[in-house]
Design a protein around this ligand. Sequence first.
Ligand SMILES: Cc1ncc(COP(=O)(O)O)c(C=O)c1O
Length: 324
Amino acid sequence: MAFPRTGKIWMNGTLVDWADAKIHVASHVIHYGTGVFEGARCYGTPRGAACFRLDAHMRRLCDSAKIYRMEYRLPQAQMEQAVLETIRANGFQGCYIRPIFYRGYETLGVNPLACPVDAAIMLWEWGPYLGPHALEAGVDVCVTSWWRTAPNTFPALAKSCANYGSAALIKMEATIKGFAEGISLNTDGYLAEGSAANLFLIRDEVIYTPPLAASILPGITRDSVITIARDLGYTVREEMLPREMIYIADEVCLVGTAVEITPIRSVDRITIGGGGRGPITAALQRAYFGIISGEIPDTHGWLTYVYPDSPGAREVARAGTVGA
Ligand SMILES: Cc1ncc(COP(=O)(O)O)c(C=O)c1O
């Protein structure tokens, strides 16, 4: 997807034109991947634009920064406000949100501690990540030959730029082999996740997902889907899952900010269930898309309304939850 190359980008507290949002080629992050970032979404609702779980995303950004000893000078609450200001400055009703903290320009020794921690927030309009029909028809995936990083190598709980070297290898291998996505195993051979999404399996009406100890990113969508599934009365088990469990599942889906809830119709050319979107995946999608579109009540307080003059924003402001 090509960028529109217009609008404003937030850089260290200043809104700059898209074309001027530049950093020096000697910045530490370019050479050593010393950055942490987030991917969140803002959706149009009948009560105005609303960010989905902005507080959870910005908390994970601050957690990632803490793990990498690169805390930014603004606290989480001010970064949330900065996201809202940037959306307002661009006038978006719906967009993808990409905040990043990165080690900037000072030295190129491997030790990053002397380099400044800089921050930026980019926004752009981004449609369905795996194509327009994926949410309904499902996608074909493979189990990739690249393992997820081992514990005590790269911290899987941190959404760090460096982890996406692994994600890129997984995605390239899958794409070159003709699949939409690759599912990685962890170093013990258990199911882990996709290159940029978490994994759910359903068998005999029980929902399974790998635990955090399987070297996965603690996805905000994963957490939302677990909550929604339990609200709907399903049993959800977070447990280590052997590879072969994916082939004999009744339904499989990938979940994440980008893929939302995307059904998987085959794995390694083995058809999953009926080869399309299963009934429980469809029920999870209905609830998830209902909440993010503002069509069903947001009982968990997951939406932050962007524009202060929207009716939704006034209601939320009175409840005292705007900007966390
Ligand atoms: C490796 C990986 N796993 C899982 C996810 C899903 O996380 P979230 O639901 O917070 O977007 C992502 C999202 O980018 C990811 O990169």
